[in-house]
Write a new protein. Structure first.
Length: 84
């Protein structure tokens, strides 16, 4: 436990940021899981766009690496482009 006031404040801010970041990571994971579970016709372009947008926001907030985001988006797009 820190003794210095600024270190205490930093610890409080870190805990708050960690919770906030976890929310975005969980939202991204939930969106990806949802799109992978959907069947052919249920995978609409709107849902795909929303999932890609969520992934892009995670990169912008530096929660995941840009190469991981590219890989995830590629997989999502591949799923949505499957012949129906």
């Amino acid at each position: 436990m820190p003794n210095i006031q600024s270190a205490k404040k930093k610890m409080r801010k870190d805990i708050k940021r960690t919770k906030h970041n976890a929310f975005y990571v969980q939202a991204m994971q939930k969106a990806i899981k949802l799109i992978t579970k959907l069947k052919g016709e249920e995978r609409t372009p709107d849902k795909t766009k929303k999932t890609v947008s969520i992934i892009d926001r995670a990169v912008k907030r530096k929660l995941i690496h840009k190469n991981k985001a590219a890989r995830l988006k590629s997989r999502v797009m591949k799923l949505s482009n499957v012949k129906k």
